[in-house]
Write a protein that binds this ligand. Sequence first.
Ligand code: PEP
Ligand code: MG
Length: 747
Amino acid sequence: MTDAFKTDSRQMLGRLREVMAEEATGQTRLDRITQLIASEMHTEVCSIYLFRDAETLELCATEGLKAEAVHQTRMKLGEGLVGRVARTGTVMNTADAPREHGFRYMPETGEEIYSSFAGIPVQRLGEKLGVLVVQSKTARQYSEDEIYALEVVAMVLAEMTELGAFIGEGAALSARHKNPVGFRGLSAQEGTAEGHVWLHEPRVVITNPIADDPQRETERLREAVESLRVSVDQMLQSVQQGDAEQREILEAYRMFANSRGWMKRMEEDVGRGLSAEAAVEKEQSTARARMGMATDAYLRDRLHDLDDLSNRLLRILTGQGKETGAELPADPILVARNIGPAELLDYGRSLRGIVLEEGSVGSHAAIVARSLAIPLVIHAERITTEALNGDHIIVDGDNGVAHLRPEDTVLAAFRDKIAMKEEAQERYASIRDKPAVTLCGKTIALTMNAGLMADLPSLQGSGAEGVGLFRTELQFLIRNKMPTRTELAALYSRVLDSAHGKRVVFRTLDIGSDKVLSYMKPTDEPNPALGWRAIRVGLDKPGVMRMQLQALIRAAAGRPLTVMFPFVAQYEEYKAARAEVDKAMDRERILGHPLPATLEVGAMLETPSLAFAPDKFFRDVDFLSIGGNDLKQFFFAADRENERVRRRYDTLNVSFLTFLEGIVKRCEATGTPLSFCGEDAGRPIEAICLTAMGLKALSMRPASIGPVKSLLMRTDLDALRGVIETARNEGNQSVRPAVMEWLKTQP
Ligand code: PEP
Ligand code: MG
């Protein structure tokens, strides 16, 4: 790059800065910018197109095209060369525009056939805002330096667009951050909530994208990077010795913080007239764009690191910490790109709801949200860009929908729904202390699923008879290092204390598949759900399992203890696990520690193979619990985490119910206590059908106990059984339609 160009670029940015500083309406500013670029770049046309809505671009200012076309010419995303630049988010630079694929001649603009065309996307941190275009008659390819200068201008434009500098008469983005916006995502935890937005990471606002003193800006940049390096070093020092995984992450951070290439690119941008903040953000935008395209998980993670590092640097430069002065509203709905389980636990039950741009149903954050019973919507695309702190928002976790700044009609309908739910809750409270006795006189045991200390208060409030499934892995998942035996023993002891003598079924560590511990070496299996998980890990690496069993025995100390092994696929696995329990008991006995008053050891039936295990297995186990979530995914060969196939097979499918019935019969024949603890147990229709098939114990989320009990108390299971039999005999695929029809006839 020649020095002469550098000066030009800086000069252009300097003029741009003057235009921005002038008292003028948004439109006048846009007009001046197009004039300025056209004259500085010696090109006939310069135009700015901005998004009117997510799909439509509008010509908002031009130098060279007909003035009447401004705010009249529109095009769809992907339409013509401008639309193509907008869609791909990449620069187009051609000396022969008419020959380019997608070229569209627009006579209304008075456009002659311009040969050269350069289109630069106007975007901020991956968010598309518009396109900046230059055109000229002479067939020439714009030089790399010219394109660079235009990119810088586009970035400044993006920054200004964000700040609302163009808001005004007819400008495309005037409605931004004011209009209601609906988000259709996915439900990761049911429930509804109304409240106000709390951004987990408020966006850093850059008020000065252009700087007039590059030397000073360079110094500011260097100082900020230096203090970033120091803080990363400090973090590294404070990481505990054995914490290899965390060290590795921070080492990657340090590598980026010391990266010469990164620094050089930012310094070059500053040299061309950008402020230090804008230079950092430009790099960040590039990283985000690459992140969106990266298919390699490792590369994506590293780009995430770089993104995070850029945020830190921006906070240092702008002095905008997490503490932006905003106060947590009384009814906070957390809005974030993504969030870790530990961070979520920090907020705890103060949150009314959560909306994430990323995340997955099986993510740790989702597990924690479920455990705290906070409605959670994931995959709400772009919500962090649309939402501002304090915005009114409603979250419908039942349908995976969020409404930002909702309209009155939406709000009214939503409030009606909440009122109906509250009424139902009152009904459930009135039956809380009654047993679940059906109309035909059968008593069904209803217990709750739990995984955190925070769940235990629900034992009282929900009317659950005990904890039918305590998922011990949550304690492992929310930490960044392996908990110690002492820590676990103390925790399990507190769980038993809070249960006040009610039975708690502790399931041993169920990791692998979707539950990955950050401090364990990733195994990178092609099919993790069918891979090295749960009891398979426990038996292959018995150290952790032994430690956990000891902690459980010590926690029980004279109280009854119930242990359950997950994902047992064959009798031998159960035998080996049971032998570990016996060994642990012997060891504790020898050490003179008090032993549990009683000990029950059971298995989860989550693989079809176990349903066909020898009778001796059924007699050997103290109890069995059907893990319906896993069992169903293997029965139908449909991944429970895959949205495409997850809902394809109905739990009330005749084959599945018949299969469950077979398990019930085997357990009856062998006298094996049986329960069902998958998500389906908490769905009222599914629950009554499961009990009609002979299940007498169900374990579910605490919030489901009321609705399930209420329906059970109104159901004649013998009659329902008849309905199911008839539907089955008629060859129906699912009994659901018949059951729903029948329910309508019931009082
Ligand atoms: C199940 O698979 O049904 C179950 C209860 O276990 P998890 O959902 O924790 O895999
Ligand atoms: Mg399971």
